[in-house]
Design a protein. Structure first.
Length: 49
């Protein structure tokens, strides 16, 4: 019985990892491309995406 529990644990961890990777890739792809300009307390920061 504990062998089945270990298998379910591994499958569950893999499912969570795939979902997490999918969310990460989606967020990276949905970021706008171009130049980002930030003005703050430390001055002006220009960053190319």
């Amino acid at each position: 019985m504990s062998r089945n529990n270990g298998l379910y644990l591994i499958i569950g961890a893999l499912v969570v990892a795939v979902i997490g990777l999918g969310i990460y890739v989606y967020q990276e792809e949905s970021q706008p491309k171009g130049v980002e300009l930030r003005i703050g307390e430390n001055g002006v920061a220009i960053e190319e995406n």
